[in-house]
Design a protein around this ligand. Sequence first.
Ligand SMILES: *Cc1c(COP(=O)(O)O)cnc(C)c1O
Length: 219
Amino acid sequence: MSYSEIKDFLTEKDVELVAVSKTHSVDKIKKLYDLGQRIFGENKVQELVEKKDILPQDIQWHMIGHLQSNKVKYIAPFVHLIHSLDRLKLAKEINKEGRKNDRIVPCLLQIRIAKEDTKFGVHPSELEAFLENFLERDYTHIKIQGVMGMATFTEDRELVASEFTNLYRIFENVKNKYFRHDPDFSIKSMGMSGDYKIAVECGSNMVRIGSLIFGSRNY
Ligand SMILES: *Cc1c(COP(=O)(O)O)cnc(C)c1O
């Protein structure tokens, strides 16, 4: 499917597109940029920083992959959104680097919604404790703007839909309990190449699509 077809589908539904450019060349990214795409996602800090330095400066870079605390300093000056906040230690580090750079770093809480064993993300049962702890600290240079989750990698569409629906409900609960008066807490980042249509049906308003736009990745 072509970029414009995907983009049109998403625009009509008011869903933001993060073009996941990991492993793909700056030439390919520039082609998409020339078609109007401004939001790109990477999952490795070094690759993100290298591309950022070469490409147009009005690109909004999203960090979508697991983030080590000791690498936050490299992206804190410019990153537009971190999708993978999943531990307090990382929150503390992002806040610290945000302060150093005199900016508030926007983040999403990564939630573990998949049945399959994934290492990353806050488990739903630990979410309240995480948030109570986080909010107690009154961090001034980090801002949680929503949630991110990945569904199980499977052909079972019902399972995928149930996991996305679960994330949608978690978003609503967290919003009502902790962010009721915060209009910026609004992002549900869910859906990738294989399941973005299901995600949109389940209430996603931000999808992260790589291979469907760029072709398959050669690692
Ligand atoms: C790679 C990646 C994507 C995009 O995957 P595709 O299947 O290529 O669309 C989305 N989200 C995360 C966190 C990723 O690492």
